[in-house]
Design a binder for this molecule. Structure first.
Ligand code: FES
Ligand code: FES
Length: 158
């Protein structure tokens, strides 16, 4: 079946089998920032935004996103460079690996859209489904809080 959606703002059309997951479909069209860490909804490495909502791409069938807008980490940076949340994680030393970071960024982005000034507990709760299997969460939490401050400052200054 043919499905069509926006992928980071670009019209995308894929011919998929009915059982193809969104994760498989995205990677098949080159969206390899979307990682397969478990295939079962347990780790958050495959998180993408579907119409602004963070979802595990391994748990959705591709057919379910027909007509949707999908954002991956590859679409976060703009013409002026990294998204402020990306810069904040970098500056906080929170970009620990390429496997967990994309999902963390997208999940945090959804959080900050809904709750621009979260406290530490709220950040921890939002990221509870994004596992780091190797390093830890302290710098990640600091990075998201820094990103929230910067985004709030940018909006306040405009
Ligand atoms: S690969 Fe989807 S949650 Fe782990
Ligand atoms: S899994 Fe990415 S830093 Fe631990």
């Amino acid at each position: 079946m043919i499905i069509r959606f926006l992928l980071d703002g670009s019209s995308t059309e894929i011919d998929v089998e009915p059982g193809t997951t969104l994760l498989e479909a995205l990677r098949s069209v080159g969206a390899t920032s979307v990682k397969d860490g478990c295939s079962h909804g347990d780790c958050g490495t495959c998180a993408v935004l579907v119409d602004g909502r963070a979802v595990a791409a391994c748990l959705l069938f591709a057919a379910q996103v027909d007509g949707s807008s999908i954002e991956t980490v590859a679409g976060m940076a703009g013409d002026e460079g990294l998204h402020p949340l990306q810069s904040a994680l970098l500056d906080a030393g929170a970009v620990q690996c390429g496997f967990c970071t994309p999902g963390i960024l997208l999940t945090a982005l959804e959080l900050l859209k809904n709750n621009p000034k979260p406290n530490e507990l709220e950040v921890r709760q939002a990221l509870a489904g994004n596992l780091c299997r190797c390093t830890g969460y302290v710098k990640i939490i600091e990075g998201v809080l820094l990103g929230a401050d910067r985004l709030a400052g940018a909006e306040g200054g405009s």
